[in-house]
Design a protein around this ligand. Structure first.
Ligand code: SAH
Length: 400
């Protein structure tokens, strides 16, 4: 027998965000919870007048107490619902002409599936469940993913910090099919990259920068005898784009030894002359100062730091950190040189990021032309109703 969904009633005036189709319901917006819904249980969210607002997944411990699955009262949340949503997400990517064999198949809230991320690396799928709701439908989602994609191997990387906020344990390992044996080689336009699925960052790699790496590859072509710098290089994907594009030399910096080891392997995989690349295991803040003091300058610089502002409370400190590295980079850029600078902090809006970088230019005494404003690739969709999805932004600057 089908049981009726428990009802979660919002406080008066707290309906607005859901009415705008933003999927998060914060604990402070809730007036009353009927019974004790389990973690991930589907509940019915109603306004203070009792009117239907959404079907949502309940998360008893999280500040985001519920996440909406559907704003349609008639749409049941069952296996068929997940099959439909996943099919829509996969079909959307299939219609794109992505010049690579690795892309994001499901991008959480932006694909109508809060807390679910799925990446494809050649013949390996990697999934991350980071909300109580996604977790509750794990088996249904895993079956549907394998069936819809035709890829039998699905690895789970449910080890993001946010799981703790949802009261969920860390879990990694093969979920369907076989676990990868060693790194997986993917192709991204002109370059090949080894991805460490069980041990790498996130699901193993930063797919959101794919189109921006291609842009770097294209922009640096034709630069003669160019010396380039890649800060926060991880496994060297931007460095490879620079080297393939014709850089004379690239200095790459990251604080992670294992990432740099993979970066060196990636040089070899691409048949690139190892003498053109220098890999430095160091703190970028410190290394940039040392390079400045040594009087170094570069024809192109990439700054792709980690999320400096993981929460709203950290935005101010993060802004100072962004300004610091951008200031140092602009000073070390040769006239006519290019700076590719990014921020993946959701709390730092594109406008704020623009202001921070402009402030860095002023303090550095450097003027530059904005040649492009960038975001994540199209396989990381953005919704009008979910500004948090616009987390990655970047600028291409040419020093005048
Ligand atoms: N540009 C990369 C992704 C960068 S992710 C790509 O295209 O794949 C951010 C990287 O910054 C991680 O590899 C992390 O190890 C590194 N990192 C974080 N803090 C750092 C610091 N203070 N100094 C140097 N590297 C740092």
């Amino acid at each position: 027998m089908k049981t009726r969904a428990k009802i979660v009633t919002l406080k008066p005036g707290k309906e607005k965000s859901l009415a705008r189709r933003h999927p998060w319901i914060f604990s402070g917006a809730i007036a009353k919870v009927e019974g004790e819904p389990a973690s991930g249980e589907t509940v019915r969210i109603v306004g203070s007048d009792g009117g239907f607002l959404a079907h949502a997944a309940f998360s008893p411990q999280s500040q985001i107490r519920a996440r909406a699955w559907s704003f349609d009262a008639q749409e049941p949340i069952d296996a068929a619902f997940f099959q439909r949503r996943l099919k829509t997400a996969l079909d959307y990517r299939a219609a794109m002409s992505i010049d690579a064999d690795a892309w994001r198949l499901v991008h959480g809230e932006c694909d109508g599936l809060p807390g679910l991320v799925v990446d494809r690396y050649a013949d390996q799928l990697v999934v991350q469940f980071s909300s109580a709701g996604a977790e509750a439908w794990r088996e249904v989602i895993a079956d549907a993913l394998v069936e819809l994609s035709g890829v039998p191997n699905l690895y789970e990387r449910s080890d993001a910090d946010v799981r703790t906020l949802e009261g969920l344990p860390v879990r990694t390992g093969p979920l369907r099919g076989k676990a990868p044996v060693g790194p997986i080689v993917i192709r991204e336009h002109a370059i090949k990259i080894e991805v460490d699925v069980p041990g790498g960052h996130k699901t193993g790699f930063y797919l959101d920068q794919r189109e921006n790496r291609r842009r770097v590859f294209e922009a640096v072509q034709g630069m003669r005898d160019a010396e380039m710098l890649n800060c926060f290089c991880y496994t060297g994907a931007f460095s490879l784009a620079m080297l393939k594009g014709g850089a004379k030399s690239v200095l790459s910096i990251d604080s992670s030894g294992p990432a740099l080891q993979l970066a060196r392997a990636n040089m070899e995989l691409n048949g690139l002359d190892a003498s053109r690349a220098e890999w430095l295991e160091a703190d970028v803040f410190k290394a940039l100062r040392e390079l400045r003091d040594a009087g170094r300058s570069f024809d192109a610089i990439v700054l792709d730091p980690p999320k400096f502002a993981p929460t709203p409370a950290t935005v101010e400190r993060a802004s100072r950190a962004y300004k610091d590295i951008n200031l140092l980079a602009l000073r070390m850029l040769k006239p006519g040189g290019l700076l590719f600078t990014y921020s993946c902090s959701g709390g730092v809006s594109p406008e704020l990021f623009g202001k921070i970088v402009a402030g860095a230019g002023t303090d550095a005494g450097v003027d530059a032309r904005i040649e492009a404003r960038l975001s994540a690739g199209p396989d990381h969709p953005m919704l009008l109703s979910f500004p948090e999805g616009e987390y990655l932004k970047g600028l291409v600057l040419r020093r005048l």
